[in-house]
Design a protein around this ligand. Structure first.
Ligand code: HBI
Length: 98
């Protein structure tokens, strides 16, 4: 089991994660990215995938052509999944992949 972030921890962290939105129903954060074309979007996803695999923490994502929607939550957090430090770390890594 991974520790779920408290409300205070989440609010503090989200202030530093520009563009990321909180979904209270899922206790997840998400952000949409738009690229020039599919190749750029997929290259971004490839960079993220390599980081995610190394960290053993993986995004949920949806891609259509030049758009990528990323959702981060931790399946092993809380009773039913929720936001953890692992999601914040992955969000930081994703920002370095832009
Ligand atoms: N990715 N988002 C997310 N949440 C998890 O709990 C998770 C993961 N990737 C791998 C992983 N857990 C492993 O620790 C095992 O549960 C397979």
């Amino acid at each position: 089991m991974v520790a779920q972030l408290t409300n205070d921890e989440r609010k503090k962290a989200l202030k530093k994660l520009a563009g990321w939105e909180y979904d209270p129903e899922r206790d997840a954060i998400s952000r949409s990215f738009k690229f020039g074309d599919f190749t750029e979007a997929f290259a971004f996803m490839t960079r993220v995938a390599l980081h995610a695999e190394k960290a053993d923490h993986h995004p949920e994502w949806f891609n259509v052509y030049n758009k990528v929607e990323v959702t981060l939550t931790t399946h092993d957090a809380g009773d039913d999944g929720g936001l953890s430090q692992r999601d914040l770390d992955l969000a930081d890594l994703i920002e370095t992949c832009l």
